[in-house]
Design a protein around this ligand. Sequence first.
Ligand SMILES: [Zn+2]
Length: 200
Amino acid sequence: MASSPSPVSPPSAPSTQVRLSPFRLLDLMNGNRKRGSSTDSIGMYAVQCCECHKWRKVPTKDEFETIRENFTEEPWHCSRRPDCSCEDPADIEYDSSRIWVLDKPNIPKPPAGTERLVIMRGDLSKMDTYYVMPNGKRVRCTAEVDKFLEANPQYKDRFSVESFSFTTPKIVEETVSHNSVWKSGKAKKQDKINALSNNN
Ligand SMILES: [Zn+2]
């Protein structure tokens, strides 16, 4: 994987370690984890100003995807928003009252007619990335995009495999470790490890 600025912080690192990268925010309270829903697990989007390091909410997924696309070349700054400056108070503070997931910079914008979804697993251990294709089918890896293009050659002049990125956001562990679902999943894993080492 290309060495993108690594925004990943170890669980107990100060939050200053997670600066300068676009975050996606997951707010589980929004209840949009319905089965078969076409919305993904992200309840809110935010980006951090490269200068004042305050968090600004990004109103739509489309706008977030635009910011993310060229994030390394064009770090986000408060002045990019009309009527906003670094003097204004932050829209949202980074804390563990929500689960934060950290996105990678420079993910291409999903091709027209497709939607990129990131879905949190039930045990909060990991996220999965899918694209909903123009025919409503989901693809989950580049091999499936290839297959789609073979079966639907009319899309070959509209997009290519390079337009798709199945990278997943990093879950910020210190914000998920308060959650009881995550705790019980972790406990189960630890039990397994203990059981295995006891057998040795
Ligand atoms: Zn600022």
